[in-house]
Design a protein around this ligand. Structure first.
Ligand code: SAM
Length: 265
């Protein structure tokens, strides 16, 4: 088969070091009947070892040439190839009990993580290779430099563990940054959550629009109706100091005060 020319616009950096491929597959620990969806299979670095363990695998690949290769390499009863931009894929069509895996194209990592959040109830776990800097932000604790909107939004929905680093030399062509692998397990239905998830997202985004400013200033017109003492947050606190639980309490207070309209009303 002809050599594939890596396409920059699709963030193509192919894993070329078996030690890291094996470590990633070990982390996933696939069982034969698992319903696994791999995002960005590329030249099959993960696809092949995953298929060694699985009865069936679904992959989503945007690159027409790579999707064609995969169809030529594997029969459809073993590998279903969805040729699409993953951001256009409706994950509800895959059913429930999904395990999502991928060495992700770094240029779409945040939008993809947000695309998957609404289907978290249908997911068992997600294992992703990403830019290490993004994973550091995903798992960051309050009052640390990496803590921000991405941390709060994802931590409100998933338990996340950074597993191991992957150096640029493990890829062909090598990216400019260090990568890492993260495990994301959706939190149970009885997790602490805001009364309105759209409102939660709005409040977190507004609070972090100026992360170092005092909340009473960033929230401006909303600040007057917040029962600061009741929710255990100082009006002089900054967004970067608030835990997920405090963001939930702040959101619920704003929804109760009818400053934020609940969705569909
Ligand atoms: N999994 C392979 C590996 O580990 O070597 C390839 C990883 S490479 C970093 C990312 C893969 O995602 C490429 O195959 C690329 O074509 C694909 N890709 C990029 N953007 C995509 C998108 N929006 N939707 C689906 N696949 C995409």
């Amino acid at each position: 088969m002809t050599q594939h020319q890596a396409r920059k616009r699709f963030g193509q950096h192919f894993l070329a070091d078996d030690a890291y491929t094996e470590a990633m597959v070990r982390a996933v620990n696939p069982q034969a009947s698992d319903k696994v969806v791999e995002i960005g299979p590329g030249l099959s670095a993960l696809t092949a070892p995953l298929l060694d363990k699985l009865d069936h695998l679904t992959v989503i690949e945007i690159d027409r040439d790579l999707a064609g290769r995969l169809r030529a390499d594997y029969p459809p009863e073993r590998l279903r190839v969805v040729e699409s931009d993953v951001l256009d894929v409706d994950f509800t069509t895959f059913g429930t009990g999904l395990r999502v895996v991928g060495n992700l194209p770094y240029n779409i990592s945040s939008p993809l993580l947000f695309h998957l959040m609404p289907v978290a109830d249908a997911v068992i776990d997600q294992h992703f290779m990403l830019q290490r800097e993004v994973i550091d932000r995903m798992v960051a604790a309050p009052s640390t430099p990496d803590y921000g909107r991405l941390s709060v939004m994802l931590q409100s929905r998933y338990a996340m563990t950074k597993l191991f680093d992957v150096p640029p030399e493990a890829f062909d062509p090598p990216p400019r940054v260090v990568s890492a692998v993260v495990r994301m397990v959706p939190l149970a239905a009885d997790r602490l959550k805001a009364s309105d998830e759209a409102a939660f997202s709005t409040v977190v985004a507004r609070a972090f629009s100026q992360r170092r400013k005092m909340l009473r200033r960033v929230l401006a017109d909303w600040a007057a109706v917040v029962p600061w003492d009741d929710i255990g947050v100082a009006p002089t606190a900054r967004a970067e100091e608030l835990s997920v639980e405090q963001f939930v309490a702040l959101t619920d207070a704003l929804v109760a005060a009818e400053v934020l309209q609940p969705k569909n009303q």
